[in-house]
Design a protein around this ligand. Sequence first.
Ligand code: ATP
Ligand code: MG
Length: 210
Amino acid sequence: MVTRDQIVQWLNNLAEVLAENKEYLTDLDSAIGDADHGINMNRGFKKVIEKLPSVADTDIGNILKTTGMTLISSVGGASGPLYGTFFMRSGMALQAKQELDDGDLYQMLESGVEGIVQRGRPVLGDKTMFDAWSPALEALKAATANGDNTITALEKSVMAAEQGMKDTIPMQARKGRASYLGERSIGHQDPGATSSYLMLKTLLETLQAE
Ligand SMILES: Nc1ncnc2c1ncn2[C@@H]1O[C@H](COP(=O)(O)OP(=O)(O)OP(=O)(O)O)[C@@H](O)[C@H]1O
Ligand SMILES: [Mg+2]
């Protein structure tokens, strides 16, 4: 079971991880974008942390929806609406839940990724955050079907996200600003795939810490 407090802890930890990785993500974005991804994510999650105390004692659905709305209102560009939709959708899928079983956890991530797909229309190989999320979801589903416990299943999912993130390096971007570079986008790791990997890895680390 994943508790409401663990979800709140995940978001707090994520804000810290994104602050630590602000320059790294921005450097990645400077190679194929406009050098703002780390700044965007850090700004957005700083706002999320400000908002969290006011909803931390409600339910997981509401906490995630509030996170999504905060990201949409505080982060511009592509990643604000994409991650904002991710959290809005994941929250809508969980409604009044106070804790999550393995099925709920999968539902949370799958609904979030569906939100990204509806919003940005990425397909596999476009060199976006979806290239990290898609294999991560598949691995999580397979591991759960295999009877793995939550931590083991998430470990496999994080490994798949990491591989998916690395696999964006040889891809040519077909979405967002990076696509304007054409072939020159090849050879660089996608910033959004990297922040998505960090997001999932931080979830795993938060649950492992209990
Ligand atoms: N249509 C899309 N679908 C999914 N992900 C996308 C899409 N467009 C961009 N991204 C993701 O967003 C990341 C860039 O986020 P950033 O915070 O830098 O916003 P941005 O500068 O407005 O983006 P961009 O320049 O790509 O429009 C990319 O690395 C990619 O993973
Ligand atoms: Mg950018």
